[in-house]
Write a protein that binds this ligand. Structure first.
Ligand SMILES: NC(=O)c1ccc[n+]([C@@H]2O[C@H](COP(=O)([O-])OP(=O)(O)OC[C@H]3O[C@@H](n4cnc5c(N)ncnc54)[C@H](OP(=O)(O)O)[C@@H]3O)[C@@H](O)[C@H]2O)c1
Length: 174
């Protein structure tokens, strides 16, 4: 899971563990302990190591960052593994079109390579939420909350999210 310390990644690590996977999470140094505490079996600090060049092959690579090429991401996959692309942020050294280009290239590549390339597109629905609720009630899924702000501090919360490299979720209380 590339982006394992983010709002999506922290939940993805826990869900993958709940489903029985052996999980490698990728994040920056200050988040290594957090990702390990969520159950990741291996954690790669992207400021020191490159998970696409360490020789490990994964059955699934879930990319939440969008700043690596398809070639690099596929290098981290087993020959018949699955690459799941899910966008990425413009502030991660990419251009506005960068993540969109990656998704478009992924769609074009999908029919002609043995590995599966999937662009994640989900629509929220009760069935999905029920699965998440069951995992949460069983203690297998706990949101990671960086900060909590009251409603009147929404501008400060958004500023923090956008400029301070927030960790996982920032919550507004009402
Ligand atoms: N398809 C969908 O339905 C869907 C839904 C929601 C989100 N998304 C996509 O998923 C992406 C992630 O969302 P999020 O809410 O989890 O974002 P987020 O909370 O901002 O998390 C960003 C993640 O990216 C990592 N990261 C930041 N800069 C990096 C860099 N230079 N190199 C490697 N990793 C870096 C962060 O790691 P550190 O903090 O440890 O540096 C963190 O794990 C979004 O950009 C969005 O496009 C898709």
């Amino acid at each position: 899971i590339n982006g394992a310390s983010g709002g999506v990644g922290t939940l993805a690590v826990q869900l993958a563990k709940a489903l029985g996977a052996t999980v490698t999470g990728v994040c920056r140094t200050r988040n290594v302990a957090l990702v390990r505490s969520l159950g990741a079996d291996h954690v790669v600090d992207y400021t020191r190591d490159d998970f696409t060049r360490d020789g490990r092959r994964h059955d699934v690579v879930f990319d939440l960052v969008g700043n690596r090429s398809l070639t690099a991401l596929r290098r981290a996959l087993t020959p018949d593994g699955t690459l799941v692309l899910s966008g990425g942020g413009v502030y991660r050294g990419g251009s506005l079109l960068g993540p969109i280009g990656l998704l478009a290239r992924g769609r074009l590549l999908a029919p002609v390579v043995r590995q599966r390339v999937v662009v994640l597109a989900t629509s929220p629905g009760r069935a999905h939420l029920d699965v998440l609720r069951e995992h949460a009630e069983a203690g297998r899924l706990t949101p990671v909350v960086d900060r909590t702000h009251p409603l009147r501090e929404v501008p400060e919360a958004v500023r923090y999210l956008e400029t301070e490299h927030a960790r996982a979720k920032v919550v507004i209380t009402i």
